[in-house]
Design a protein around this ligand. Structure first.
Ligand SMILES: [Zn+2]
Length: 489
């Protein structure tokens, strides 16, 4: 296990990284050339960044592409050297060997007592009652026990609590520790245009199916870049289901578990089969919109056309915001009706949802109340959470004052022009066995038109929810890197 300050390098660290799995969060450039490890730095407790040559691209030349990886465990086994009460602030001060300090509010400590009457370990559940929260909790004594591995607190009601060193470490309230914890929740998105993305984020289908490390690597890339192209899947149906079931399960919609687009030259609906599919995000009329989409190319049209297009629509929305704030405002403020009416295998449906094209939760409305852990949910950071773009599924009912309509259309057209600008829009032709995997809340996708000719096009797709993808990532991180106590409860 790696510890802060320990001198490691060369094959020791290389082997550690290989064994423990290192998790690419992106790509970097080798800054210095030495065998095995190029450089590494520690920059936050529990999460450190290493530039490592990666297990697949073996090159030790400076200037070659490498991956960023995360290692952890720096403070995990460091003992606590002292604890002190501060009744004026209502906090317990804790100091670790090496100098790290954190403070813990008394009320929080008491609320998180780990004793069997307060906490059910097997279900990771709090057993206490909310209205009995001890708002005036105050320790009458505190001490470091078990050689610095535990802190014992005796409260004024004579309740005894024990807190583990690691447990406290990863629950610190300092800005630094809170930030380090952020990647358990969500990975930071890296936005891209065609110029900023040197290579397509790619992964091997076969490795994902057979190897948990490859599976985790793919899920992380998907969360960070919103798009990963998978290679070498069998060119037959059923592969998107295999992929979804490596994560959890398919998210069903009114079109069923998966969908097939099998275009055959057919004069009766040539326009539908051969015309371009404009850039869009699927299912804009779902409040709980399926978050991740897979599209598997089983058979490709052999003539000219039928290319796939994808754009990071959140990145482009930010560009629009800079270039034309008024357009951006209109697209984030104006509610649009999105709908889908029809009949499919699950019966008749009439979906209708009112949302802007660019969704931010800047208005701070209460979006949800979670009763199992009462939190009134508002998304206060104003980040773009979702893009709705679909020419066919935009309703003709438009409930805005008539004087605002023309300006809104101008904003929509300006945004669409940017989305399809080659500066932002990646275009490529899928070959049989390719699977596009992407974030349906962030990426818009489309297909260029093609003309009738030899061959036919056969594509199969399905959806998975982000809840399941992130859950699987956390499970794998816990399993593959057990030192990341950050994930342990
Ligand atoms: Zn207790």
């Amino acid at each position: 296990m790696l510890r802060m300050g320990r001198q490691v390098g060369g094959s020791t660290l290389a082997n550690f990284l290989k064994r423990r799995a290192l998790l690419p969060l992106g790509r970097g450039v080798v800054t210095s050339a030495s065998k095995g490890i190029h450089s590494f730095t520690f920059n936050s407790p529990g999460l450190q960044w290493v530039n490592y040559e990666g297990t697949k691209k073996r090159s030790t030349d400076a200037g070659t592409t490498c991956r960023e990886v995360v290692i952890s465990g720096a403070h995990a086994s460091r003992p606590i050297v002292s604890v002190a009460r501060d009744h004026s602030t209502g906090m317990l001060k804790v100091r670790w060997e090496g100098g790290k300090e954190e403070v813990y509010p008394y009320v929080w400590l008491k609320d998180n007592c780990r004793c069997p009457s307060c906490y059910h370990k097997v279900s990771h559940s709090r057993l206490t009652f909310i209205e009995e929260t001890d708002l005036k909790a105050e320790p009458i004594s505190v001490q470091v026990v078990e050689g610095g591995q535990q802190v014992e607190v005796v409260w004024q009601d004579d309740h005894h609590s024990l807190y583990g060193t690691e447990w406290l470490h990863y629950r610190g309230f300092s800005e630094e520790t809170r930030q380090a914890r952020g990647s358990r929740y969500r990975l930071e998105r890296k936005f891209w245009g065609t110029e900023s993305l040197d290579n397509f984020p790619e992964a091997s289908f076969e490795e994902i199916i057979t190897d948990d490390v490859a599976l985790l690597e793919w899920l992380r890339l998907l969360e960070v870049y919103g798009f990963v192209k998978l290679k070498d899947a069998p060119a037959e149906t059923g592969q998107v289901r295999r992929l979804a079931e490596r994560i959890a399960f398919i998210r069903k919609t009114h079109y069923g578990d998966d969908f097939t687009v099998q275009a055959k030259p057919d004069p009766s609906n040539v326009a539908y089969l051969n015309g371009p599919l404009q850039l869009h995000a699927d299912l804009p009329y779902y409040e709980y919109k399926p978050g991740v989409q897979f599209i598997h190319c089983i058979k490709q049209y052999e003539g000219v056309g039928g290319d796939s297009q994808i754009t990071d629509a959140v990145h482009v929305a930010r560009q629009l915001q800079k270039a034309c704030p008024e357009h951006y405002r209109l697209l984030t403020d104006t509610l649009v009706d999105w709908f889908d009416i029809g009949k499919d295998e699950t019966g008749e449906f009439y979906k209708l949802l009112r949302l802007p094209v660019i969704c931010t939760d800047k208005n701070g409305e209460i979006s949800r109340i979670n009763m199992s852990q009462p939190v009134i949910c508002t998304d206060r950071n104003g980040e773009i959470s979702r893009i709705n773009m679909s020419q066919p599924q935009r309703d003709s009912h438009f409930s805005v004052p008539p004087g605002e309509v023309a300006d809104w259309y101008a904003a929509l057209v300006a945004y669409y022009r940017l989305l399809s600008d080659p500066k932002y829009c990646l275009q490529f032709k899928m070959t049989p066995g390719t699977i596009m995997t992407f974030d349906n809340l962030r990426i818009v996708h489309g297909r260029t038109g093609y003309f009738s000719g030899p061959g036919e096009r056969h594509v199969q797709g399905c959806y998975v929810d982000w809840d399941e993808v992130r859950s699987r990532r956390r499970v794998l991180e816990t399993k593959i890197d057990p030192y990341r106590s950050l994930y342990n409860h």
